[in-house]
Each structure stands twice: as structure tokens, then as C-alpha cells.
Design a protein around this ligand. Structure first.
Ligand SMILES: CNc1nc2cc(C(N)=O)ccc2[nH]1
Length: 373
């Protein structure tokens, strides 16, 4: 534990980095995968399971929490950690991405965004300052600047406009965040698939001397090769002694290749969302448990796993639960998938510690290439 936010780079293997973020609420082993706790719950999971499964930190979505239960109410109830009973670090996004993807966006200008709630149609305005205020009311440990993330492909002029606006909002968020020793505010690099804009965004954020840097504006429809190219362009510009967080990513393949470029933190709804839809992630690839071929297969997903959902339940039973739309189906597969994601992150950290990450990456991708088993 530390009364401050510190990042300790412990080892490298190529460009892959092994590190630790220490904060008052706990230590985050990096590379880290952050389960998404959208509205104060990692869907279909008990947070004890999330913790025991290896997660050091979870993510909360500001957009959802500001609409329900509301930031002032969460503050009255003692903050998000108290409310949801998660004692470890929580990272909150700014709300910007989901305002633009989920709400009825009404207006976006220099001051911020005005939008209609997808819950009850009520009108809301969020400025950079209000986003930081909300994240403070939630008692968030790592807070994100408000930014504008544009979809790809897109016009370079539009990408540039959104990137420059996000840079100005980063400065306003930095001022609004002030000085909170045990907490951090991360800037978000934008710039789409335009190398010069990515560099300008990263250079601009570096001037703000932030505690960490997110790579935004990716995993929004572009090919994986474009995403990786943007990492190769952006990461060398950022300070090596600060953590880098790739937002919304991703599949095991995405994460392995992004760690190889120097990413330290990930978040993605993939393991939980796909678990609820019957897709299991295992060491030997994906298993679509809805497929009829599992109907009488009494093998577990992986008898060698330490996760009860993976080791103790037959595919036949999982198939039955998912086909019957039973809640337990999504619960067991979410548990399996998060367990696999954390097992993968632990394998990544161990491989970097032993300077054999490239081999680990190749072996893991090859195991996956064999596909459904
Ligand atoms: C699922 N893909 C994804 N891309 C993201 C980009 C951002 C961003 N702020 O640029 C946030 C969340 C994101 N999720």
C-alpha cells in the first residue's frame, strides 16, 4: 500500500513491461486486466469471485452511475467502494464514450456534452469539470479525463477536431482534479488512425505531467493491424515511467499483441458479455457451449483449471443451462471467462519476469489457433 500513486517498472521482455501500481487501496499487478463493473456490479459475478479470480482493480462506468443511483447519492452512501463492497482500487471512465454510444446525444461543444438519458429520457449536461466532480463523488481511485472518441473510419478533419477538443478538455480536467495524493487522473490519447494526430495528442498530454496515459479512440471498428500500428506510433512518445491503459481491449489475441507493444492495463466487457451469451474462453481456445455437439459431453471445460466453474461442471450441463436461458449458465461462463483472462494475465506477467514473453505469446496464440475444442 502507499499513501500515494506510484508505478514501479519491475522488468521488461522486449517492449513488454512488468510493473506494479501501488495506491492506498491496494497494489495493481501489471499487465492488468480490469473486469468491467458497469453499474457497480461485474455482471453475473460476486465481487468475492472477481477478487479471488485474480483481479486487483475493477472498472466503473460514470455514465451509468451518474444516471442511477446518481453521484451525490453514492457519496451520501459512503462512496462506490462502500456501496458495492469492493475494497480495492476502482478506475472510472469519464462517461464520454458511453454518452456518445448509448445516450441520445443532443449537443457536443467546447463546454461539454448535452444528452438524453437512455434510462428515462431526462436531459443532462456533462462538462470536463462535472465529469471529474462525478468521479470524485464516486470516490474513484483512477479517474479519466472527458474526451471525444470518434468512430473509425472517419474524415481526418473530424478526427483532428475531436483530438484537439480532447486535449483542451484534458487541461480542464487536470485543473478540476487538482492535487489528490492517493488518486490519479489519466489523460486519453486520441487521434484515430492518423499517426501525426496520435503524436500530437500524446505530446500535448505529456505536457500535463499526468500519472498515467490511456490510449483511446481504438477498438472502435478498425482492423487489429491499424490498432497495433497506432500503438507503435503512440507509445514511444509517452513517458516510459508512467502506466499505459488501452481502453476497451480486448480478446486474448489483442491483449497479447498489445502487451508486446508496451501496454500495461486493459478493460473489456468481452469475457463477461460473451459468457452471458454462451461463449467460453479456455486455454485451448473458444468453446461455443450452445453448439449441439456439447449436449452429451460430460467433460468439464478444463479439468486442470483452479476455477470451479471450469473444472467441476460438465459441458453438457453448461449447454443445458445456456439453452434453457438459466441465469446459472451465464454466471458459470462469466466466472470461467474472467478466470481465464486473469490466468492469461498471470501467465503474461510470469513470462515477462522470465524474459520469455515473445515465446509465451507465440505459444498461446498457436494454442488458440486450433480453435473450438
Ligand atoms: C470497446 N472499445 C472501446 N474503445 C474505447 C475508447 C474509449 C475512449 N475514451 O476513447 C473508451 C472506451 C472504449 N471502448
Amino acid at each position: 500500500m502507499s499513501e500515494n500513486f506510484t508505478f514501479n517498472l519491475k522488468a521488461t521482455s522486449g517492449k513488454a513491461r512488468l510493473g506494479e501500481i501501488t495506491m492506498p487501496r491496494g497494489t495493481i499487478r501489471t499487465p492488468a486486466f480490469m473486469p468491467v463493473g458497469t453499474v457497480g456490479t461485474v455482471k453475473a459475478m460476486y465481487l468475492d469471485q472477481v477478487k479471488e479470480g485474480g483481479a486487483d482493480i475493477i472498472l466503473g462506468n460514470t455514465y451509468h452511475l451518474m444516471l442511477r443511483p446518481g453521484p451525490e447519492r453514492v457519496a451520501r452512501l459512503g462512496g462506490l467502494h462502500e456501496l458495492i463492497r469492493w475494497p480495492g482500487p476502482i478506475l472510472t471512465d469519464s462517461g464520454g464514450f458511453q454518452v456518445m454510444s448509448l445516450s441520445g446525444l443532443r449537443k457536443l461543444d467546447e463546454q461539454g456534452v448535452t444528452f438524453k438519458s437512455h434510462v428515462d429520457g431526462s436531459l443532462h449536461h456533462m462538462s470536463p469539470e462535472r465529469s471529474i466532480e462525478i468521479q470524485g463523488l464516486l470516490d474513484s481511485d483512477i479517474q479519466m479525463q472527458l474526451d471525444e472518441c470518434v468512430a473509425l473510419p472517419n474524415e481526418p478533419r473530424e478526427i483532428e477536431r475531436a483530438m484537439e477538443l480532447s486535449l483542451r478538455w484534458a487541461e480542464r480536467c487536470r485543473v478540476a482534479f487538482g492535487n489528490q495524493p492517493g488518486k490519479a487522473m489519466f489523460g486519453i490519447v486520441q487521434g484515430g488512425d492518423q499517426p501525426a494526430l496520435r503524436i500530437r495528442s500524446a505530446e500535448g498530454l505529456k505536457q500535463l505531467d499526468l500519472k498515467g496515459y490511456s490510449i483511446g479512440g481504438l477498438a472502435v471498428g478498425e482492423p487489429q493491424a491499424v490498432m497495433l500500428d497506432m500503438l507503435r506510433i503512440t507509445l514511444p512518445v509517452l513517458p516510459t515511467e508512467k502506466p499505459r491503459y488501452l481502453m476497451g481491449v480486448g480478446t486474448p489475441d489483442d491483449m497479447l499483441k498489445s502487451v508486446a507493444e508496451g501496454i500495461d492495463m486493459f478493460d473489456c466487457v468481452m469475457p463477461t458479455r460473451s459468457g452471458r451469451h454462451g461463449l467460453a474462453f479456455t486455454r485451448r481456445g473458444k468453446v461455443n457451449i450452445r453448439n449441439a455437439r456439447h449436449a452429451e459431453d460430460m467433460r468439464p471445460l478444463d479439468e486442470q483449471s483452479s476455477c470451479p466453474a471450469t473444472r467441476d461442471y460438465s459441458r453438457a450441463y453448461l449447454h443445458h443451462l445456456v439453452r434453457s436461458n438459466e441465469a446459472l449458465g451465464g454466471m458459470l461462463l462469466s466466472w470461467n471467462n474472467l478466470s481465464y483472462y486473469q490466468e492469461l494475465m498471470q501467465g503474461i506477467r510470469q513470462a515477462i519476469a522470465e524474459d520469455r514473453f515473445e515465446d509465451f505469446k507465440a505459444e498461446t496464440i498457436e494454442m488458440w489457433a486450433r480453435g473450438d475444442i
